[in-house]
Design a protein around this ligand. Structure first.
Ligand code: NAD
Ligand code: UGA
Length: 458
């Protein structure tokens, strides 16, 4: 078949896989190849058991794979054949040297750029899909322009805003697609190529074209604003607990102001996920680099409130369970960082599990999709941690349930039978405020939500 564009994506992760599947699904005339250095991951993308769980993703992959969507470990051939290369490799927080614990680790990104440079024999558009510090494109341009063989690379920024668990929906109906380019003839023409791809299914008024630095920075800022909202509501949840106010009612009252809006105001055990923390720290690092220490301090507090919220949850458990957790069995309902994903990266459940284990509790972890990742996260703590997909098994003979993830499954369990199977007094700590607290109290539980009055028989 004659394809009208050859698209390559380097990095077959949570972003590369779903975004490319959507492009292939919506644009049958394009050939889309996704490559990765991890052969096991590629094998999974080629199988019926995809490496990530995302509602709706299986159907899209199945309908395009083998027709115009391909997964491969042959990165060099992929690069040679592509007109447009999306780079979607991981950009974690640097763990060594200058900027350790704050700056983005760009080694994977730079290795990819050098590989593109070494292998390419024709000119290409290089798309920054990964989240990167502002001004990364400049470094990329420098690396990519060090060739002498007449091959030209145009770097554009096209950050991804999908959220895990709703990736397919977000990709199909994005709030916006952001494309940043140089304002040169070459930059604008590369930008137009990218616009043409998304225009296959995204309405024109949702495709936003800006300069390249604004695009890179907007991605960091969007995540910082989202995380800030959660830290704001979580900070107020701690005040609610001191004043008998109810955070759900406060959030409703505040969110009905259309200037504030009602979304993303759910108090919780803290935000997790691979990006919020790393992207804020990256923003903080950039601000400090430019001497903007007040601005850096301001954003750094968003992560500090998040740490405070996680720690508060643990100390509350300890306090109300008579100041000792040693030898007590605690069932954790959910381990994923949010519902509808198996991803546990930076999940608040990891921190809380480790703190409970420090207090010598015994943990039983339950999750519909994240058990394998949870087992890996807590591998150093065996045999004091066990794992079961069945929440009834997890709860039996436990002193307490700590709900970590807002899976729908947990709303509809038979809590009467769970209560009967537990050690009394039975405690339930709802880290997501998703359970029917009054009903649980009537069943006999001592109920501790986040930012709401407790319901206790003690
Ligand atoms: P990921 O770790 O799931 O996937 C990255 C993949 O890149 C891995 O499979 C890794 O093996 C591969 N890789 C690394 N170096 C490579 C190389 N040199 N050649 C080929 N493959 C290589 O990461 P992710 O969650 O998909 O995130 C990727 C980027 O997208 C990050 O910058 C992240 O901040 C950003 N982002 C993530 C999300 C999300 O929801 N996870 C959303 C928006 C943006
Ligand atoms: C987030 C952003 O929402 C995406 O736009 C962005 O593309 C992505 O980060 C990224 O750059 O990686 P994601 O982390 O997948 O997406 O999921 P969110 O829905 O944003 O949730 C993040 C965390 O905040 C979760 O732990 C969630 O439980 C928590 N959260 C969310 C709350 O505690 N309260 C809320 O009201 C909303």
């Amino acid at each position: 078949m004659n394809y009208s564009k050859h698209i390559l994506c380097i990095g077959a992760g949570y972003v590369g896989g779903p975004t490319m599947a959507m492009i292939a699904y919506k644009c049958p005339r394009y050939r889309v190849t996704v490559v990765d250095i991890n052969p096991a991951r590629i094998l999974q993308w080629q199988s019926d058991d995809l490496p990530i769980y995302e509602p709706g993703l299986d159907d899209i992959v199945r309908s395009a794979r083998g027709k115009n969507l391909f997964f491969s470990t042959d990165i060099e051939t992929g690069i040679r054949e592509a007109d447009i290369i999306f780079v979607s490799v991981n950009t974690p927080t640097k763990s060594f040297g200058v900027g350790a614990g704050m700056a983005a680790d760009l080694q994977y990104w730079e290795k990819t750029a050098r590989q593109i440079l070494n292998v390419s024999t024709t000119s290409k558009i290089i798309v920054e899909k990964s989240t990167l510090p502002v001004k990364t494109a400049k470094a990329m341009e420098r690396i990519l322009s060090s060739t002498t063989n007449g091959v030209h690379f145009e770097v554009v920024s096209n950050p991804e805003f999908l959220a895990e668990g709703s990736a397919v929906r977000d990709l199909e109906n994005p709030d916006r697609v952001l494309i940043g380019s140089r304002q040169t003839p070459g930059g604008l023409s590369a930008r137009d190529e990218l616009v043409e791809i998304y225009a296959n299914w995204v309405p024109p008024d949702k495709i936003l074209t800006v300069d390249i630095w604004s695009s890179e920075l907007s991605k960091l800022v969007a995540n910082a604003f989202l995380a800030q909202r959660i830290s704001s509501i979580n900070a107020i949840s701690s005040l609610c607990e001191k004043t008998d106010a109810d955070i759900t009612q406060v959030a409703r009252a505040v969110g009905m102001d259309t200037r504030i809006g009602n979304r993303f105001l759910n108090a919780s055990v803290g935000f997790g996920g691979s990006c919020f923390k790393k992207d804020i720290l990256n923003l903080v690092y950039i601000c400090r680099y430019y001497g903007l220490n007040e601005v850096a301090d301001y954003w750094e507090h968003v992560t500090r409130i998040n740490d405070f919220q996680k720690e508060r949850f643990v100390t509350n458990m300890l306090n109300v369970m008579f100041n000792t957790l040693a030898g007590k069995r605690i069932a954790m309902f959910g381990f994923a960082f949010k519902a509808d994903t198996g991803d546990t990266r930076e999940s608040p459940a990891i921190y809380i599990a480790k703190r409970l284990l420090e207090e010598q509790a015994e943990l039983v972890i339950s999750d519909p999709r994240a058990i394998d990742n949870a087992r890996d996260d807590l591998k150093d703590y065996l045999p004091r941690v066990s794992f079961t997909p069945d929440p009834y098994v997890a709860a039996a003979k436990s002193h307490a349930i700590a709900l970590m993830t807002e899976w729908d499954d947990y709303r509809y369990l038979d809590y009467e039978s769970i209560h009967r199977s537990m050690i009394k007094p039975a405690f339930i700590f709802d880290g997501r405020n998703v359970l029917d607290h009054r009903r649980l109290f009537e069943i006999g539980f001592n109920v501790y939500p986040v930012g709401k009055p407790v319901l206790t028989h003690l």
